[in-house]
Ligand binder design. Structure first.
Ligand SMILES: Cc1ncc(COP(=O)(O)O)c(C=O)c1O
Length: 389
């Protein structure tokens, strides 16, 4: 059995996805397809690097050394064909933390900040908890995919939005923005002097015949770009809280670094650093195999829905392991869908949390063994067929 299909018991490991169900949902023992981490083990070189480091037995304060920076730099040069300098890398405890402080450090009180909805719900939180204003640029739904509304984007920029937070690839709709789309966003933001913060945490999870374009490829065209990356989704390391934020512009970087230091967010997580080094040097093969596994899982979902729930609409998955499913034909709101599925034994995300027009949608995390996904799909099928009785 390949490692992606090998079930691993996560109960009792302080896992949000598995162990927090009772507290958050009021019921336990549910098969989880919600929180965005994976239900299979990470790559062996990462596990071995961590074991080696743990055996050393000293877990003192740690620095970001040049070897680490060089490894991160090489990863982006090798895989995404853009060059960065070692000093552009700022390591932070998570991408959401970086987004939160980017909003605080780089925008004025009550500034408008653009997000393209539906989108990963903490994007709203990092804006509102900083007392800034959410300026929504709703994605346009076209057949089974989504497009950027460039006209409205320009309107929001003309109205003075100070920052655009991009999600690339886009959680939850699964888009990987094309080169032309990224170039057009950069062009518009440059015209209106709007800072681009691109969350590229899912950038390694790209499917066949799709090409990822990083906003980092445009560093030479526009200096006001920040790119947020991490090995956490790619290699199932979210609990190690280690992300790399790439900031070319010296003044932006200085403000960002000094801001973090002034909040006492200084040293990195030692194990996160070790894991990232191993991930970015020894795990390309594991990543390719994971993408094959995820592609098979995605196909399984498309097939199951086509044969059993043909009225649902699944957005074309170009990147991420999160599938976006329009279940509005049932006439239920997202919360009713989530509650109904909980009663049948599985846990999915409510689509409504990603955007106000998405009640009746769900998000399904497919980063799990095939058998777990098959069980989940059968439960969704039973739930849907029972609605018509
Ligand atoms: C787009 C996006 N950004 C950020 C995160 C979380 O990042 P972190 O755990 O590094 O804060 C997620 C997790 O699902 C995500 O989907």
């Amino acid at each position: 059995m390949n490692r992606f299909n090998k079930p691993v018991d996560r109960l009792g490991t302080s896992s949000i996805k598995w162990d927090l169900q009772k507290e958050r949902i009021g019921k336990e023992g549910l098969l989880p397809f919600w929180v965005a981490d994976s239900d299979y083990q990470t790559a062996d070189p990462i596990i071995n690097a961590l074991i080696k480091r743990i055996k050393h037995g000293i877990f003192g304060y740690t620095i970001i050394d040049n070897e680490y920076r060089e490894i991160v730099k090489q990863w982006f040069t090798r895989r995404y064909h853009y060059n960065i300098e070692n000093e552009w890398i700022v390591t932070t405890p998570g991408v959401v933390t970086a987004l939160y402080y980017a909003v605080e450090f780089f925008t004025s009180p009550k500034a408008s900040i653009i997000i393209q909805t539906p989108v990963y719900n903490p994007f709203y939180d990092v804006i509102t908890s900083n007392k800034r204003i959410v300026a929504q640029n709703k994605l346009i739904s076209v057949k089974n995919t989504y497009k950027i509304d460039f006209n409205n984007l320009e309107k929001l920029l003309i109205d003075g939005a100070e920052m655009l937070i991009m999600c690339n690839p886009h959680n939850p709709v699964g888009r990987v923005w094309k080169y032309e789309e990224v170039a057009k966003v950069v062009d518009l933001c440059k015209r209106y002097n709007c800072l681009i913060v691109s969350d590229e945490i899912h950038c390694d999870l790209i499917y066949k015949n799709v090409e990822f374009t990083s906003f980092g490829q445009f560093f030479d065209d526009y200096e006001r770009i920040i790119v947020c990356t991490a090995p956490s989704k790619t290699f199932n390391l979210a609990g190690l809280i280690t992300s790399n934020i790439i900031i070319k512009d010296e003044a932006l970087r200085k403000t960002f670094k000094e801001g973090f230091a002034s909040r006492s967010l200084r040293e990195p997580n030692l194990l996160g650093i070790e894991a990232c080094k191993a991930a970015y040097t020894e795990c390309d093969q594991w990543l390719e195999e994971q993408i094959v596994h995820l592609s098979k899982n995605a196909k399984l979902v498309y097939k199951y829905f086509k044969e059993n729930i043909p009225l649902a609409k699944i957005a074309k998955l170009e990147g991420t392991y999160l599938m976006w499913i329009d279940m509005r034909f049932l006439g239920l709101c997202s919360q009713e869908l989530v509650n109904g599925l909980v009663d049948y034994g599985i846990l999915v995300n409510s689509g409504a949390v990603y955007g106000q027009d998405y009640d009746g949608f769900i998000r399904l995390n497919i980063a799990c063994p095939k058998k777990q996904l098959e069980e989940g799909l059968a439960i969704i099928g039973k739930f849907v067929s029972d609605q018509n009785k």
